[in-house]
Design a protein around this ligand. Sequence first.
Ligand code: COA
Length: 363
Amino acid sequence: MSRAAVLCGLGGWVPAKAVANSTLAEQLDTTDEWIRTRTGIRQRFVIDPGQATSDLAVEAGRRALESARRTREHGGADGGPAPDVDLVVLATSTPDHPCPATAPVVAHRLGLAPVAAFDVGAVCTGFVYALATAASMVTAGLARRALVIGADTFSTILDPADRTTRAIFGDGAGAVVLRAGRPDEPGALLGFDLGSDGGGEELITVRAGGSRQRSTGAPAPEGDEWFSMRGREVFTQAVLCMSRSAEALLDGIGWRGEELDRMVAHQANVRILRAVGEQLGLAEDRLVVNLDRVGNTVAGSIPLALADAAASGGLRPGQRVLLTGFGGGLTWGSAALRWPELHVEPVPGLEGDEPAAAPDTHP
Ligand code: COA
């Protein structure tokens, strides 16, 4: 039988400092009510001065590795002796430094060096792209066991005066471990759909700091160093691209939208999640939602939502799960799997605070 990449470990991490909507309202022309009703977000987490993306990636990675170890101990999906991780793929758009990539230092700090390690940049779709890359390397035999991390610290690139982006984005990370296995096992990644449209580059961008601006030799125009987003257009594109991508994937693997137990979509705005769910014919109780407590953590978003939901019973073995993301580039991507038996620890800072997925009513 052919080889597949199988999910066998999962962990999430957020920084210690939570910022409530009411705190933003003290600093900016906004209100808790506006942010909650327009986005669904109640709070987000931000790093302290001097912290960086790798700090979050290392913690999420450590927890995913521990989850894989404990899952194996408990005879779950990751049974039997297995080789150690030999690949680290980090999805991020806020690397510690413009050069080099952040994945090698993350691998080093986790004691995994000298494994292959590299970054993937696809903004909010980064985790799905990184997952597809690592899964392909595992199925091709280039890696036996991969740590795939999504981590971002957008608080470092947001304009402090921009009420729209500061209301939405937060810092966070999530990680999974993939191992080689069979396509009929729970946890096997059953397919991917990936796409991009560089014609929409301007919708989500940091104008300064790259070769386009630096080659001019002139200082960047004021404000160009900050992240900028054309929110309303991004909203429309996000709904369209995630729905189409999910439908293409489901068609390809022979699942119908109504058969899905859980959709874990990129956590950008609860109105976007509802609109995509509606397109796919999903009842609201099928949507995994944790953006209310973490905001949009960019590449960290999907794995952090997975860890949060898995630890609190929002994802159960055997469920049909769709992952779908959309982000700058423009980029989008989807993946599907049957949820495996996993030992997942609650994300510190989020424990005891249930994700907003309604109780399971689907057998
Ligand atoms: N507080 C109060 N008012 C705000 C605000 C805030 N935090 N942010 C924006 N507004 C204002 C706008 O300035 C605008 O005012 P105006 O009408 O006087 O110009 C008004 O609210 C409506 O703005 P609009 O952009 O149309 O609001 P919206 O309902 O589309 O919500 C977003 C804005 C950003 C929340 C929404 O468009 C969105 O979620 N977009 C997608 C974001 C996303 O997914 N990004 C990541 C993708 S990877």
